[in-house]
Write a protein that binds this ligand. Structure first.
Ligand SMILES: NC(=O)c1ccc[n+]([C@@H]2O[C@H](COP(=O)([O-])OP(=O)(O)OC[C@H]3O[C@@H](n4cnc5c(N)ncnc54)[C@H](OP(=O)(O)O)[C@@H]3O)[C@@H](O)[C@H]2O)c1
Length: 289
């Protein structure tokens, strides 16, 4: 099958590129800005027709959560309108759209892990734009799977782990919030889950599914930071601070743990614990450098 991957130079897209060698039964087309803009309607549909695309994996997004608070139009253009464009192209070509969304569509007030059908109530512009992207896909009615994830990190792009590694080398101590709890996700694990689904889905079936995927387990950003420092052998001291001590333009959910039961059972996935994956990621970075 021919598969279009958008936003392929971001964290998740880059991990999919790493894995493609193991998915030899498929032909991947990896695209990103500037040559492939997901907000360009005609271009997406003609690309899919021309290349006989059977599945689209949308890794493209406006992910600057704080900047989105002031760059509102851009966030909605990419995260809502871009998602709608790809859903339109998928429907026109009979392709499956695998779209990645976020834990930030929830307000973080729950006291148990979020299920797929829990009501959305985003805290900020980024979350709202991603939620409206999901809704647009459902409305357009292409065969689709929306996969919400959380706290993505990888060796590629900018993310919390890389920031902690840098600060850990530069500083003697840092303060990290302990009152925001969720689950980190190594982008390579999510990429593997997507490849597993692409290997097994039935192209003759119409899908309309929403799933949650993160690594297993739960931690605060403080715990996560401590784990990075310890695994990397850095002596930087990590101090627990409250969200109020680290104000950001966008409000974040205090609790955004996702319940993964549905995706685990539907596709027989064995999801690694976040700490195990962090060690594997750091190990792979060390081996590559
Ligand atoms: N990062 C997280 O912690 C996190 C958490 C939960 C969910 N997610 C979701 O997971 C998915 C993947 O995230 P990620 O961290 O891999 O994102 P990322 O690293 O920011 O990559 C996104 C990619 O999309 C590209 N892009 C932006 N606008 C585009 C457009 N109009 N057309 C085509 N490409 C465009 C970006 O290019 P430029 O760099 O040039 O803009 C970038 O290469 C996203 O849907 C995100 O919302 C992320």
């Amino acid at each position: 099958m021919n598969i279009l991957v958008t936003g392929s130079r971001g964290q998740l897209g880059s991990e999919l590129q790493e894995l493609q060698v193991n998915a030899a039964s498929h032909c991947f087309y990896f695209t990103d800005l500037p040559e492939f803009d997901i907000t360009s309607a005609g271009a997406a549909e003609s690309f899919c027709r021309e290349h006989g695309i059977g599945a689209i994996v949308n890794c493209a997004a406006y992910t600057a959560v704080d900047r989105a608070e002031t760059d509102v139009a851009k966030a909605f253009t990419v995260n809502r309108d871009g998602a709608a464009v790809l859903a339109g192209a998928a429907r026109a070509c009979g392709a499956l759209l695998v779209h990645v969304s976020t834990d930030y569509i929830f307000d973080g007030l729950a006291c148990r892990p979020y299920r797929e059908d829990d009501p959305a109530s985003p805290c900020g512009v980024y979350g709202q734009s991603k939620w409206e992207g999901e809704e647009a896909i459902r409305r357009i009615g292409a065969s689709h799977m929306i996969i919400r994830t959380s706290w993505l990190y990888s060796d590629y792009g900018q993310n919390f782990v890389k920031t902690m590694l840098r600060l850990g080398r530069e500083r003697e101590s840092i303060g990290v919030v302990f009152d925001q709890v969720g689950t980190p996700t190594w982008a390579r694990d999510l990429a593997s889950a997507i490849v597993a689904i692409l290997e097994r889905f039935d192209p003759t079936r119409q899908y309309a599914e929403t799933y949650h995927y993160s690594n297993e387990g739960v931690c605060s950003w403080y715990d996560f930071s401590k784990a990075v420092m310890s695994a990397a052998g850095l002596t930087c001291r990590v101090r627990p601070i409250e969200t109020a001590d680290y104000p950001t333009p966008a409000r974040r959910p205090h609790f955004s743990v996702l319940n993964k039961r549905k995706i685990r059972e539907a596709w027989g996935l064995d999801i690694p614990h976040w700490h195990e994956s962090l060690l594997r990621m750091l190990d792979s970075v060390t081996r590559d450098t």
